[in-house]
Design a protein around this ligand. Structure first.
Ligand SMILES: NC(=O)c1ccc[n+]([C@@H]2O[C@H](COP(=O)([O-])OP(=O)(O)OC[C@H]3O[C@@H](n4cnc5c(N)ncnc54)[C@H](O)[C@@H]3O)[C@@H](O)[C@H]2O)c1
Ligand SMILES: O=c1ccn([C@@H]2O[C@H](COP(=O)(O)OP(=O)(O)O[C@H]3O[C@H](CO)[C@@H](O)[C@H](O)[C@H]3O)[C@@H](O)[C@H]2O)c(=O)[nH]1
Length: 441
């Protein structure tokens, strides 16, 4: 099939590349000339495992093009995918400016029947708004279909090629058949529904996953007080098929460009319909507080923060991505600096992105985890990158001024910690510690 994708960010680029990998003819359109230039050099503007290889392969096999020319993309495709951002407005509602702009641009460039397929996460009713915009501007026939995206950053290619399900929200039998054929090579689990339900499935899924995370984080906080181990609790819960083991990793809470934005947007969607979504409001509040749990643990170990040096391991909101949107590291580092701490920061991939958005004279940018740990009074681990998981903790403790390790992602095991000198604190695992702690405050 002939497809164009408008918006080549984390979603649009991965979708476009994966559709070309399935044998479709794909034109990726972005208004950002810099991104398109990078792509035309067969490089990826984002870090996503496996993506660069697929870009190169499908470009060379002439199934994939990159352009800033939306008219070219629309005119040479049967399916136009909208994958532009829907960032939050100050009140938490989704900003639909980019969606409306793209709908207008698509409408003015149409030359034949098109399926307009929305992958961006949009509030209920938005696809009907797109339909209204387009129908006011074109005489050509078209259908608007909601196909929400469920990929995760860091495993986006894998998730796109092996989705748990595809949701197709449509009012058109013809569009449903075409889009079912398009997605059939990916999965048999295709759910066809009305447009409003498809839009809601996306928000409800993200809100439910965020709820699981805040739930387990509250259980972890109680575990800390009563001497239980949250990882054992999660394991024991997870074997119950009705609960499931996924998304029960306690830590410093969720970040990223989706959960914080989409939970707030759903609270607004509910509010606009005169419904007070109390549960989700609590989920958001718990998540916000959880980011500072690590500060309390750090204060308990160091007594005073002012004048101390703290290594921060991990800046991305999760491993295997360069994305720092709404990463907990922003608020945690701000709080450290505000308390008079000198920060030594290291992230294997996201460091440059983070630094361009947040620089401060009290932050020293480091070249390795060991470099960050050197002469530090404590380490705060914020992202569970493999490079931290596999580090030699004996080497680390020997270069530190004071062996304090606050593990915000429960990375290290009892076995790894027990033989070290670390004053070790994690989230909801009070029993994992070294009995012979040597702390200088
Ligand atoms: N990032 C994720 O993991 C993820 C997963 C599922 C759904 N989503 C949703 O998908 C949407 C896109 O998210 P993203 O993370 O890919 O965003 P992004 O910011 O990475 O990418 C959006 C792209 O759209 C481009 N763009 C904006 N207006 C344009 C226009 N008029 N013409 C051409 N290009 C234009 C921007 O230049 C940018 O490159 C959002 O609604 C998001 O909520 C994101
Ligand atoms: O048990 C867990 C699982 C995740 N997280 C955190 O939750 C955040 C989000 O992680 P993840 O969901 O893996 O990454 P995203 O790329 O944000 O993906 C989510 O958001 C996307 C955008 O809507 C959806 O498409 C995906 O289905 C949904 O998982 C990260 O900060 C994680 O550290 C936890 O704290 N504990």
């Amino acid at each position: 099939m002939k497809i164009s994708v408008v918006g080549t960010g984390y979603v649009g680029l991965v979708s476009g590349v994966c559709f070309s990998e399935l044998g479709n003819q794909v034109i990726c359109v972005d208004k950002d000339q810099r991104k398109v230039d990078v792509l035309n050099k067969l490089q990826s503007p984002i870090y996503e495992p496996g993506l660069t290889e697929l870009i190169e392969k499908n470009y060379r096999e002439k199934r994939l093009e990159f352009t800033t020319d939306l008219s070219y993309g629309v005119k040479n495709s049967d399916i136009v995918i909208i994958a532009v951002g829907t960032p939050p407005l100050p009140n938490g509602e989704a900003n639909l400016l980019y969606i409306e702009q793209v709908a207008t641009e698509i409408a003015t460039e149409m030359n034949d029947y098109k399926i307009i397929m929305t992958k961006s996460t949009v509030p209920v009713g938005t696809n009907h708004r797109i339909k209204e915009i387009v129908s006011n501007l074109t005489k050509f026939p078209f259908d608007v279909v909601s196909v929400p995206e469920f990929l995760r950053e860091g495993s986006a290619v894998k998730d796109t090629l092996n989705p748990d399900r595809i949701v197709i929200g449509t009012e058109s039998e013809a569009a449903m058949k075409i889009l079912t054929d398009l997605h059939k090579p990916l999965t048999d689990n295709i759910i066809v529904t009305d447009i409003r339900s498809a839009e809601m499935i996306k928000y409800a899924s993200n809100a439910f996953l965020a709820t699981k995370i805040s739930f387990i984080n509250e259980i972890a906080n109680i575990c800390d007080k009563v001497g239980a181990d949250v990882t054992k609790v999660a394991e024991g819960m997870g074997y119950d098929k009705r609960i499931g083991a996924a998304f029960l990793n306690a830590g410093i809470g969720y970040g990223g460009s989706c959960f914080p934005k989409d939970t707030n947007a759903l609270v607004q969607i509910a509010g606009n319909a005169n419904y007070d979504f109390k549960l989700l409001k609590s989920v958001i509040e718990v998540n916000q507080n959880q980011r500072f749990n690590i500060m309390e643990k750090l204060k308990a170990s160091l007594t005073t923060l002012s004048g101390k040096t703290v290594a921060v391991w991990g800046l991305a909101f999760k491993p295997n991505t360069d994305d720092v949107r709404d990463a907990p590291a922003f608020e945690i580092i701000s709080e450290l600096v505000a308390n008079g701490v000198k920060v030594k920061a290291f992230d294997p991939i996201a460091q440059e992105n983070f630094r361009t958005q947040f620089n401060h004279p009290d932050i020293q940018w480091c070249e390795s985890p060991l470099d960050a740990a050197k002469d530090s009074d404590a380490i705060c681990l914020l992202t569970e990158w493999d490079v931290f998981k596999s580090i030699n903790l004996f080497e680390v403790q020997n270069v530190m001024a004071n062996p304090v390790l606050i593990d915000g992602r429960n990375v290290f095991s009892k076995e790894q910690i027990s033989l070290t000198k670390f004053d070790y604190k994690s989230i909801g695992r009070p029993g994992i510690k070294n009995e012979k702690v040597l702390v200088k405050s």
